[in-house]
Write a protein that binds this ligand. Structure first.
Ligand code: ATP
Length: 454
């Protein structure tokens, strides 16, 4: 049965994935903190992304740009003028909404992809999700950038903005990267970091927050190849989620309608996931054309182009951008992984997470707290810790400890029992099948490594 939002939020809080921020003060407007398991899982999501986008590729390099930088960036990129959402007020209940969120879009079928895209009705009519009224004020553009002041004087000259996307940090470093790395299009820069948007309607747990983390690749290509690379990244990104355990029927690709496209985009496809409330975006893949490089070149007076010394060719590359969110991805893995079954006549809940995404890969569980067992269990822990994240739990009954590890998605439990003292072996229990296997301690790391292979 699919997990409800109430159950997901409960589990996240109870098990230490996600806490409401400033809860002791009554919370703070859809803001969340990551607990001990949440940080581990978020790190794994980022690591899985980095591995695929940087480590396994020859032509992609990393970058980590500043959150606070020159406001000239946002003027040149068009964000000061265009990074707005249409704000409407319901005349009946006075609630404030994003007009595009409360209308539905027609969904286009994408030829040549593996994803079935069900049609959705197009209503074009705004309906208030709170009271059902159709009576709204005219849409007004609302800029989503957070404004602040750099330095002690709060005047116009000190205005700065928290970045609303990591992308511009890539573009303003385009020439630096080309200079320090010998790269030729197609090549990319990858960056993971915080972005900030003053969202009109944050909500749906961590789906839409005002502070969030993005994982963005800017992939520079010869203009004539942009469409091909756009299609390549759509498929590549879709498969990344499937490989990490999202069932293909819970995810789809959706093309943006023309009216929906961002000011810089010649084409955008969203990777969408079947959230409990309906389809929602996990990632946007956009063909940003040469819009950004040209805009920054014009505003800064610096040439931002590629020069091929062997052919004498000079051009401004097009950019294809797959941009994903850490929290939404994490939430999708939690929802897709949430499973209930019956073990020995008892109902059990477990998270069927990919072993590399789960917060802990291994839990070491001594059967009792007796001195001789504890010291052997700690030796086993010391063997596993350098290899991967390992939990250690010697409280309560072994059955309850297995349930806890199941509920937080730990793929392997290693139980140290009294026989272990004699046979120098441990029991390795599999989360999904609950099957148990006796493994000699000196082969344990090898067994764990084979289970963790990507
Ligand atoms: P939406 O349409 O949901 O507002 P977007 O299309 O504006 O999202 P992008 O600019 O494409 O989002 O950003 C790339 C990714 O960053 C999104 O797919 C999402 O995963 C993440 N993201 C964007 N805004 C938020 C937010 N407010 N909270 C959490 N994640 C976000």
């Amino acid at each position: 049965m699919p997990v409800s939002m109430e159950e997901l939020v409960r589990l996240c809080k109870a098990r230490g994935f996600v806490y409401p921020s400033a809860e002791i003060y009554g919370g703070f407007r859809s803001t969340y903190d990551y607990g001990p398991l949440g940080v581990l899982m978020a790190r794994n999501v980022k690591e899985a992304w980095w591995r695929q986008m940087v480590q396994l590729r020859r032509e992609v390099v990393g970058l980590d740009a500043a959150v606070l930088s020159s406001p000239k960036i946002w003027e040149a990129s068009g964000h000061l003028k265009n990074f707005t959402d249409p704000l409407v007020d319901c005349r009946n209940c006075k609630q404030r909404w994003r007009a595009d969120e409360i209308a539905t879009f027609e969904v286009a079928r994408i030829p040549g992809t593996v994803t079935p895209v069900p049609e959705e009705p197009r209503t074009g009519v705004l309906t208030c999700p709170n009271c059902g009224s159709h009576d709204f004020t005219e849409a007004r553009p609302f800029n989503l950038m957070f404004k602040t002041f750099a330095g002690p004087v709060e005047d116009e000259g000190a205005v700065a903005y928290l970045r609303p996307e990591t992308a511009q940090g890539h573009f303003v470093n385009f020439a630096n990267v080309l200079q320090s790395e010998h790269l030729k299009p197609p090549f990319g820069t990858a960056q993971i970091g915080k972005s900030f948007r003053n969202e009109i309607t944050p909500g749906n747990f961590v789906f839409r927050t005002r502070e969030f983390e993005q994982m963005e690749l800017e992939y520079y290509v010869p203009p004539a190849d942009a469409q091909r690379w756009f299609e390549y990244w759509r498929e590549e990104r879709f498969q990344w989620y499937v490989r990490l355990g999202i069932p293909s029927e819970m995810i789809r690709l959706r093309n943006h309608a023309k009216e929906e496209l961002s000011h810089y985009s010649a084409g955008t496809t969203d990777v969408e996931f079947a959230f409990p409330w309906g389809w929602g975006e996990l990632e946007g893949i956009a063909n940003r054309t040469d819009y950004d490089l040209k805009a920054h070149a014009a505003a800064s007076g610096q040439p931002l182009e590629y020069f091929d010394a062997t052919t004498g060719e000079r051009y401004v590359p097009y950019v294809v951008e797959p941009a994903a969110g850490v929290a939404r991805t994490m939430m999708a893995f939690l929802i897709a992984g949430y499973t209930t079954d019956e073990v020995a006549g008892e109902k059990r809940t477990y998270l069927r997470l990919h072993p590399r995404i789960a917060p802990y890969q291994v839990a070491v569980l001594p059967l009792s707290k007796k001195e001789n067992l504890s010291s052997l269990a700690l030796e086993v822990l010391a063997l596993v810790q350098p290899v991967t994240m390992c939990d250690y739990d010697d409280t309560r009954s072994i059955g309850r400890r297995y349930r806890r590890q199941d509920e937080i998605g730990t793929p392997l439990c290693v139980t140290v029992d009294f026989d272990s003292l004699e046979d120098k072996a441990v029991t390795v229990r599999d989360r999904d099948s609950t099957a148990q296997e006796r493994v000699p301690i000196d082969r344990l790391v090898e067994v764990i490594n084979s289970r963790l292979s990507w």
